[in-house]
Design a protein around this ligand. Structure first.
Ligand code: ADP
Length: 414
C-alpha cells in the first residue's frame, strides 16, 4: 500500500494518540486536536510530494503563537513538542501497523520530523534572542533613567548642601571679624550664631533625609510601635506650620473626622515625620492665599487620612514617580532650600521617605490630582491609609524592643 494511504488510514488514531500524549488534561486535549489535524494533513502532503517545505507556514504559525511565558518555559518548547509527536507516532505505528507498514511510515516520517525540528530550533533560538534583546533594551532604558536620576540627585543634593554651608560660612566669617570683648557686639554675635544654628539645622535635616532614604532602601527602617493618636500628631503638625501658614496667608484646617481620636499603635516620631512631609508639601505647592485641609474616615481595619490642597497639582504620569527615590527632581535651578517657599522643591526625598514610613506601618499612600496647572491650580489630595492596631505587630516586637523583648517573651512563655 502507498505510504500516503497508510498515513490517511491512521489519521484518527494518530490524532487521538498524539493529543493524548501531548496533554493529560481532558479539556486541553481538544485544543491540541485542531492544530494537530492541520499539521498531520500537511505531513501527509509532504509524504506524498517528498517536500517537507510544505510544513513551513504551519511551523511559523506555531512559532508566532508562542506567548512570552511559553517562551520562558522549556517544557513547552516546539522541538520538545515535535519529539513527543515523534514518540507517539512511533508507538502508534508499532502498535497498530504491521512491521513492514510501520517501517514504511517511520522511514517517511523521520526526514519530515528532522526538517521540522531544525526549523523550529532555529525559529526558537531567534525568538529567544529577540526576547533577550528586548529585555536588554528595557534594562538599558531603565539604567539610563536611573543614571539620569542619580546625576540629577547629586546636582540637587550638592546645591541643597551648599546653601546652608554658605550661610554658615558667611555667619562664621562675620563672627570672626567682630570684637567679642566689646559688650556692644553681643546682640550682633547672637544674630550670627542664630544664623549658624539654622544653617546647621538645615544641613542636619538634609543629611537625615539621605540616611532615612538609604535605611528604607536597605529595609533597615526600624519602628518603635507605641500607642499613638492621630489627633495629637496632626495637632503637632498644625502647631509647627502655624507661622508659615500665616506668612503665606493660607488656610490650614484639620476637620473632625471619625477615627481622628482613636488610639492605634505606630511609631509616633516617624508618623509625625510622614504627616509633616505631606502637609509641608501641600503648603509649599499651594500659592499664597490657598488652603490645605486634612480630612479622613475609618474603613474596616484601617484609617484613611486625606490631605487636600488648592495648589498647582500633579500630572497623572507623575502620580507614582513622585514617590520614587529621586523620582521627580525637576531642574536644579528650581530647587531652593526654602522649606515652605512656594514651589521651593527640596532634594526630592520627602515623599519616598513618607512612603517608606507608611509602608513600614503596613499602610499605603497615593495621590489624586487632576493634573499640573500653575494658573488654574487643580490641587492635589494625598491619601494615607494606616492599619488600626490594638497592639504592636508581633513580628516587630522582638526587633524593635531588642533583646529585652525577647527575654520578656521567653519569661512569658515559661
Ligand atoms: P521635594 O523635596 O522636591 O518637595 P518630595 O519628595 O517631598 O520632594 O516631593 C516630590 C515632588 O512631588 C515635588 O518636587 C513636587 O513636584 C511634587 N509634589 C509633592 N507634593 C505636592 C503637592 N501637594 N502639590 C503638587 N506637587 C507636589
Amino acid at each position: 500500500m502507498a505510504t500516503g494511504e497508510i498515513f490517511r488510514r491512521i489519521r484518527t488514531p494518530w490524532l487521538d494518540h498524539v493529543s493524548q500524549h501531548l496533554a493529560h488534561v481532558e479539556g486541553v486535549r481538544e485544543t491540541f486536536r485542531q492544530p494537530l489535524a492541520a499539521f498531520y494533513d500537511v505531513v501527509v502532503r509532504c509524504v506524498e510530494t517528498g517536500d517537507a517545505a510544505f510544513l513551513n507556514p504551519i511551523l511559523e504559525q506555531w512559532g508566532e503563537a508562542r506567548t512570552q511565558s511559553e517562551l520562558e518555559d522549556p517544557r513547552s518548547s516546539l522541538p520538545l513538542v515535535l519529539n513527543q509527536i515523534l514518540m507517539a507516532t512511533y508507538q502508534l505505528a508499532h502498535e497498530q501497523l504491521s512491521g513492514a507498514e510501520a517501517l514504511q511510515v517511520m522511514e517517511r516520517f523521520l526526514p519530515i520530523y528532522s526538517y521540522a525540528l531544525e526549523r523550529t530550533s532555529i525559529m526558537e533560538t531567534q525568538l529567544h534572542v529577540k526576547h533577550v534583546s528586548d529585555e536588554l533594551d528595557r534594562a538599558r532604558c531603565e539604567l539610563e533613567r536611573l543614571e539620569k536620576i542619580k546625576s540629577d540627585f547629586i546636582a540637587v543634593a550638592a546645591h541643597e548642601l551648599k546653601t546652608p554651608l554658605t550661610l554658615i560660612e558667611g555667619y562664621a566669617a562675620m563672627l570672626k571679624e567682630i570684637d567679642l570683648d566689646n559688650k556692644g557686639n553681643t546682640v550682633l554675635a547672637g544674630m550670627y550664631l542664630n544664623g549658624i544654628h539654622s544653617g546647621t539645622r538645615r544641613l542636619r535635616e538634609i543629611v537625615d533625609d539621605m540616611i532615612d532614604v538609604s535605611m528604607i532602601d536597605n529595609d533597615l527602617l526600624s519602628l518603635s510601635f507605641q500607642p499613638v493618636w492621630l489627633n495629637r500628631l496632626l495637632d503637632t503638625v498644625q502647631r509647627e506650620v502655624t507661622q508659615v501658614v500665616k506668612e503665606r496667608r493660607q488656610q490650614f484646617k484639620v476637620n473632625k473626622f471619625p477615627g481622628l481620636d482613636e488610639m492605634t499603635f505606630g511609631d509616633g516620631e516617624r508618623l509625625l515625620q510622614a504627616f509633616r512631609n505631606v502637609v509641608t508639601n501641600a503648603i509649599k505647592y499651594t500659592p499664597d492665599g490657598g488652603s490645605v485641609t486634612v480630612d479622613g474616615r475609618v474603613l474596616p481595619g484601617f484609617i484613611e487620612v486625606i490631605v487636600t490642597d488648592t495648589g498647582i497639582g500633579i500630572n497623572g504620569e507623575d502620580h507614582t514617580r513622585i514617590f520614587e527615590k529621586f523620582g521627580r527632581l525637576g531642574s536644579v535651578m528650581t530647587h531652593s532650600s526654602g522649606k515652605t517657599k512656594f514651589k521651593g522643591g527640596g532634594p526630592g526625598l520627602g515623599l519616598p521617605i513618607t512612603k517608606g514610613i507608611i509602608e513600614a506601618h503596613g499602610g499605603t499612600i497615593w495621590v489624586e490630582s487632576r493634573g499640573h496647572d500653575e494658573v488654574k491650580c487643580p490641587g492635589s489630595a494625598f491619601h494615607i491609609m494606616l492599619p488600626l492596631r490594638k497592639s504592636p505587630p508581633d513580628d516587630k516586637v522582638a526587633r524593635l524592643y531588642g533583646p529585652l523583648a525577647e527575654v520578656q517573651d521567653n519569661s512569658r512563655a515559661e
